[in-house]
Design a protein around this ligand. Structure first.
Ligand SMILES: [Zn+2]
Length: 433
């Protein structure tokens, strides 16, 4: 199903190299290797717009805490992470995403304890091994407890270090070319862990380097209160005052938006990474997603870090988003097709790649998921309903740039066992180090 454009009940997708070269009805008239997709629904590969891969190693912490309680409990664990923890956690986290239909993943890594190896490089290597398109955000925190921030001082860096390291990461890894496998974003953590000056200078740096900007925003009621007390404004007003709304910005969560915020997001083209399971887990609230979509603002889906949405599959967030919007606004609030579009084209818009990924059209990258909607699922006539409403159907194949990453539900680039063991090792290492 192309998402944007006509749905094809029975047809073909032709791939040459890493691109889609033709899409049509009936049998493909040309030559070449054939993969039989009978009984399957083809969708664009899913796009994950928000994650903290390292958190695979710290799942299950403060299971009933608020965001701030959970953060305070987690910071001390995270202060112990090293490059091996990040590599193992990222391999498990990216493998898990691939197994739930994700072909492009962003990450938001903002903790760099000193003397623990090259953490950013460790996750980029993991993404290369698993074979997903990767958009890591070089995150940061410079506002520790002694500055009125939430994180302990030992996990924050200085502004000069952060800006220098971020620029170096962009120069080393960012590939702006069509079909790129790695693009870097500048991603300070949040208004309650980052100084206003670093937010402003981060935005200037990103814009001078031509890369995108990402941070958390308007996640919880506690954050509203914090921003009112510290800055005399609500979170989105504060972000706007720092130059942080625009078509090159996407923000995680955006649960607590005012009517004026929604209009500003639409007018400026600011993207939202909607993470419904995490919002539910932390009791943050139900984001005003159907209103953002109606206003025309870009919205993608994200799983958020594994520590606030334990083992959440990306395809499952389609269902979660649909159900939560309906719980708040009624059954017509978000259709299965709108939710699928959010998980594909919406994510592509947030990451600035709408011309490369997010739909199945000739000229775009061959990032494709084949979902098995036969068997038990064949009792539902509409394959998109079969895909979106209940338990996600099995993943028959996942292609990233035409390369098979998952086949019959199992990873083909690294092994399922190696990815799972990487995650378990990271967890043990973090607890014991
Ligand atoms: Zn997050």
């Amino acid at each position: 199903m192309p998402v944007i454009g006509a749905e094809i009940p029975s047809g073909y997708i032709a791939i040459d190299g890493d691109r889609i070269v033709a899409v049509g009805s009936g049998a493909y008239p040309g030559e070449g290797e054939r993969i039989d997709g009978r009984g399957c629904l083809a969708t664009p590969g899913l796009v994950n717009t928000h994650h903290h891969l390292y958190q695979w190693a710290s799942q299950g912490v403060a299971p009933d805490g608020t965001l701030f309680e959970w953060l305070v409990a987690s910071y001390r664990l995270w202060a112990r992470m090293d490059a091996e923890v990040v590599h193992g956690a990222a391999t498990a986290g990216l493998g898990w995403l691939a197994k739930s239909g994700c072909t492009t993943a962003s990450d938001h890594h903002y903790i760099f304890p000193k003397g623990r190896g090259d953490l950013f490089d460790a996750e980029i290597q993991a993404a290369r091994e698993v074979g997903l398109r990767f958009h890591p955000g070089r995150g940061s925190m410079d506002r520790g407890e002694s500055q009125g921030g939430l994180p302990p001082d030992e996990v924050v860096e200085t502004r000069d270090e952060i800006l220098a390291e971020t620029e170096a990461a962009v120069r080393k890894y960012h590939d702006p070319s069509f079909g790129s496998m790695v693009r870097i974003a500048v991603a300070p953590c949040s208004p309650f862990s980052v100084s206003g000056r670093l937010m402003v200078e981060s935005a200037e740096l990103a814009r001078s380097l031509g890369v995108r900007l990402h941070t958390h925003g308007a996640e919880t009621a506690d954050e509203d209160e914090h921003c009112r007390e510290q800055f005399g404004m609500l979170p989105v007003e504060y972000l706007e005052s720092l130059g942080w709304l625009g078509p090159d910005v996407w923000l995680a969560h955006c649960v607590h938006l005012t009517d004026a915020d929604i209009r500003r997001f639409a007018a400026t083209g600011t993207g939202t990474a909607h993470c419904p399971s995490s919002n539910g887990r932390l009791g943050a609230g139900i984001a005003r997603i159907s209103e953002l979509l109606r206003a025309g603002a870009p919205v993608g889906l994200g799983v958020d870090g594994a520590a606030s949405s334990e083992m959440t599959p990306l395809a499952g967030e389609i269902r979660m988003a649909m159900l939560l919007q309906r719980a708040r606004y009624g059954p017509a609030a978000l259709t299965a097709r709108q939710a699928l579009e959010m998980a594909t084209m919406g994510g592509a818009r947030c990451l600035g790649r709408a011309d490369e990924i997010g739909s199945l059209e000739p000229g775009k990258l061959a990032d494709i998921a084949l979902w098995r909607v036969d068997g038990f699922y064949s009792a539902i006539d509409d394959p998109v309903v079969a895909f979106a409403y209940g338990q996600t159907p099995p993943l028959a194949r996942l292609f990233v740039g035409g390369r098979t990453v998952v086949e019959d539900g199992e990873l083909r680039t690294v092994s399922d066992q190696a990815a799972a063991e990487g995650g378990a090792m990271a967890h043990q290492r973090l607890l014991r180090s």
